[in-house]
Every structure is written in structure tokens, then in C-alpha cells.
Write a protein that binds this ligand. Structure first.
Ligand code: ATP
Length: 313
């Protein structure tokens, strides 16, 4: 009788921490006399792609730097992967991916060399060759980093951000400088990371189309407050319940009307018309409508918290 040699079973993966991956309560931040964040509440869940959207100076970078552990908040509570970022150690940091412009200090290195080097920082890194293929840089492996085009450098930044298999990935305006095809491929990559590997992604962007395409949920940060949060569809509906109907009148003038019942208006137009209605178009409220509504409301000085929109998200 032969004795079967058994390879020892690999240790079980660490149990996912209970609760949200990112939790913030009442976070405030002041730079000297300048109050920048006025009480941010956030819950971001495992495997979620979450976008922080807001105009210049809204406080996105400040918020993200606090979550990354690079900036001390003035007040409030923060937990990222169950740890206060102000007390995060190297083991905690290895569970987080940041997309920085890491190549800046290594511009003469070759692409594959740089990735292989960064992989040594992590306990269970991705295979550099597989990663190059994943971000579409396999044919650039032997190129010097400084000779890459801007969009390809950004892909390298992303590769460096995920080489350590992060549980949580911060992407700060990741597709700036990408051409449409590179942007599309990057979106597929983020979707794959979130759906297949359960990576949680926190994305900051000005790009509404990108946020709508990628994010499970979006928080709109305006003037240091979260003015609205929800799925892209929920936010689009929040702008105004009214759709806009446009058409060309019989005298040739362009007409537009906002209504809560667009099908009734269209029916009335047909009823009163002699024939087909030229240029008829029904436009539902979009994410952009909500965004512009929030930004303008902030500029007008009205209280954006009205209507229960500034809530825990
Ligand atoms: N180190 C700093 N010292 C003083 N003020 C700062 C500092 N960093 C940011 N600010 C101010 O804090 C506010 C928020 O800046 P922050 O960079 O967080 O906004 P943002 O939403 O990321 O903007 P952008 O979209 O332009 O990157 C701005 O008024 C900015 O001028």
C-alpha cells in the first residue's frame, strides 16, 4: 500500500473585516482659518466602485488624503479597512493601492523592471508580466518610462497601484490624458477588479460620464459637504422630477417645456397638430442636471442640506 503524500492545505484567506471598508463620521478639516470639510459621513462597502464627484476646491483631495492616512483631520472618526488611517502601519498600507505618479522618481527605468521592483514591496504581488498584459502595456515592457506617452504612463501608474493586490484602491482622476479607447479599456479593468476580485474602488473625478459608467454609487461633494449620494440613476432623478419636451412649432420656432407628465404633453401636441411634430424630443433629467443643480445651489448660498440630501451615505 502506498502512502499518499499530502501537501499541507494553504492557510485560509483572512476573513473580510465586518462592516464597511471605509467609514467616516463627522470629518472636518481646516487649513488654518479656512474650513474645508464641514462634517463628512461616508460608508463604502466591499467590492463597491464609489465615485467622489465635485468641482475644483470642493475638498475631494483633502477627503481622500485623510482616508489614505496622508493628512490629519481636524475632527471626526475614520476607519479604513477597520483601522484609523492616522495609525495605519505597513501591513495596513500594503492592503491599499494608490495610483500616484510613482514613475517620476524612476524615469530612466524600463517598464517591466519598475513593476518587478515595486512588486518586491508586497507580500503577495501580482505577476508583473500578467499585470502588463492586464493594463495593455505588454508591448511596452522594455521601454524606458520617460519615453512612454502620457496615457501609457498613467496606465503604468495604475499597474503600480494594483501590483500589491490591494483590497481598496484609490484612483484620483485616473483617466486624465487617456484617449477614448484607453479610457474604455481602463473602465473594463476597473470593472474587472471590482467584480471578479472584489476590490473596493474609491474614484475621484470631474468626469460625469466616467462616474456614471463606473460607479455603483456617487457622492457629490460641494463646498466641503456631501450634498447628494446614491446610484447614478437615483441622483439623476433627484435633480428634478420634470422631463423636458422640445419640439419645433408650426411657425418654425423652437419650443421647450418642463413637465412631470411628458407623455401627456406629447399626446396633447399630437392631438392639436395637423401632422407629425418636427424635432420632437423628450429629455429625462440626467446626472449632469443634478450635479449642476447642487453646484449652483451652493454658489447661491442656499442650504444644500435641506431635503435630507446631506446624510450618511
Ligand atoms: N495644503 C493646503 N493648505 C491650505 N489650503 C489648502 C491646502 N490644500 C487644499 N487647500 C484648500 O482646500 C480647499 C479644498 O481643496 P482640495 O484640493 O481638497 O479640493 P478638490 O476638490 O480636490 O479640488 P480639485 O478638483 O481642484 O483638485 C481649497 O480651497 C484649497 O485651496
Amino acid at each position: 500500500m502506498t502512502t499518499l503524500k499530502r501537501t499541507p492545505a494553504p492557510p485560509p484567506p483572512p476573513a473580510p473585516a465586518a462592516g464597511p471598508v471605509v467609514r467616516a463620521r463627522g470629518v472636518t478639516m481646516a487649513y488654518g482659518d479656512l474650513d474645508v470639510l464641514h462634517g463628512i459621513d461616508l460608508d463604502i462597502h466591499r467590492g463597491e466602485v464609489f465615485a467622489l464627484l465635485g468641482p475644483n476646491g470642493a475638498g475631494k483631495t483633502t477627503t481622500v488624503e485623510i482616508l489614505e492616512g496622508f493628512r490629519r483631520r481636524s475632527a471626526g472618526e475614520v476607519g479604513v479597512l477597520g483601522v484609523d488611517p492616522e495609525r495605519g502601519d505597513d501591513a495596513w498600507r500594503a492592503r491599499i493601492g494608490l495610483v500616484l505618479q510613482s514613475w517620476r522618481d524612476h524615469r530612466r527605468w524600463r517598464v517591466a523592471e519598475l513593476l518587478t521592483h515595486f512588486a518586491t514591496y508586497y507580500p503577495d504581488p501580482r505577476d508583473p508580466d500578467e499585470l502588463l498584459a492586464l493594463v495593455g502595456l505588454a508591448d511596452q515592457a522594455g521601454r524606458q518610462v520617460e519615453r512612454l506617452s502620457g496615457g501609457r504612463r498613467r496606465r503604468l501608474d495604475v499597474a503600480l497601484g494594483i501590483v500589491g493586490r490591494p483590497e481598496l484602491l484609490f484612483l484620483d482622476e485616473p483617466t486624465t490624458g487617456f484617449d477614448p479607447e484607453a479610457r474604455h479599456e481602463f473602465h473594463l479593468l476597473v470593472e474587472r477588479l471590482a467584480e471578479d476580485e472584489g476590490v473596493t474602488v474609491l474614484l475621484t473625478t470631474h468626469d460625469l460620464v466616467e462616474a456614471e459608467r463606473l460607479a455603483d454609487r456617487i457622492a457629490m461633494l460641494v463646498g466641503g459637504r456631501i450634498r447628494a449620494c446614491g446610484t447614478p440613476a437615483e441622483l439623476a432623478r433627484r435633480a428634478a422630477a420634470r422631463a423636458e419636451v422640445r419640439w419645433t412649432a408650426e411657425d418654425g420656432t423652437q419650443r421647450r417645456e418642463r413637465t412631470e407628465d411628458p407623455s401627456r404633453l406629447v399626446w396633447e401636441l399630437h392631438r392639436d397638430a395637423d401632422g407629425p411634430i418636427a424635432g420632437l424630443e423628450v429629455r429625462r433629467p440626467t446626472l449632469e442636471d443634478t450635479y449642476l443643480h447642487m453646484v449652483h445651489r451652493d454658489k447661491d448660498g442656499t442650504d444644500g442640506a435641506a431635503g435630507g440630501e446631506a446624510r450618511t451615505v
